[in-house]
Write a protein that binds this ligand. Structure first.
Ligand code: NDP
Ligand code: ZN
Length: 182
């Protein structure tokens, strides 16, 4: 007898809705790398890392991962996210979003400072986001970035991740692996 594995319909509906929403919001954007890949590839990458490497199964965390750059990088409002995805998803996206009113250097400093105080879901998303960005920095770095600037970025990302220790062993090991890739 062949039996189908159970599918959590609500979870898949939420994640598909997040994918459609993020794809629409990021539709005119490209990543900064030489390949100019569609921006949505990055949130999908973060979702994939959480699912396959981290073994994360909480639907709200997975949906928030897909949406993690919408507040920071698109015209999306918190009210819009809350109406579409609820308060838990909104809170997670807000936790992983920088305050855009602050200067760049201050935002970088605060990411390091605030990392240990984030909720578990937000720490998981941060870890996967940093893995994705460090991998992109290795393989398709932003055009016109000097070697020094890339190295500074990697050092900063490593600093943030060092303050997320004890969140998810597989994701932490994956970060170390991509950081050390040549
Ligand atoms: P940015 O935050 O502007 O750029 C990095 C971010 O761009 C990533 O976190 C990622 O964020 C996104 N991104 C888009 N495409 C790519 C890609 N292909 N590869 C990797 N990331 C991508 O960086 P900053 O300008 O803040 O610079 C980082 C560090 O460099 C700073 O700490 C600063 O000290 C230093 N710096 C050095 C300069 C120099 O000339 N030496 C000049 C300016 C800064 P997301 O997940 O949100 O998409
Ligand atoms: Zn991101």
């Amino acid at each position: 007898m062949h039996s189908e594995p159970p599918v959590d319909e609500d979870a898949i509906t939420l994640i598909l809705q997040a994918l459609r929403f993020a794809a629409r919001k990021h539709s005119s954007q490209r990543r900064k790398g030489s390949d100019q890949s569609p921006y949505i590839n990055h949130p999908i990458d973060v979702l994939d890392l959480l699912w396959r490497v981290g073994g994360v199964r909480r639907a709200e965390v997975l949906a928030a991962a897909v949406l993690h750059d919408t507040l920071e990088d698109t015209a999306t409002t918190p009210a819009e996210l809350e109406a579409a995805f609820g308060r838990e998803v909104l809170a997670l996206v807000q936790e992983v979003s920088d305050d855009k009113r602050l200067p760049k250097e201050e935002r970088k400093r605060l990411q390091v400072e605030h990392a240990p105080a984030l909720s578990e879901g937000a720490r998981l998303i941060k870890l996967a986001d940093k893995i994705s960005n460090v991998r992109d920095m290795r393989h398709t770095p932003p055009v016109f970035w000097s070697r020094q600037r890339r190295e500074e970025y990697l050092a900063w990302a490593a600093q943030v991740v060092s303050r997320l220790r004890g969140t998810n062993a597989a994701l932490e090991a994956e970060f170390e692996r991509v950081l050390r890739e040549g």
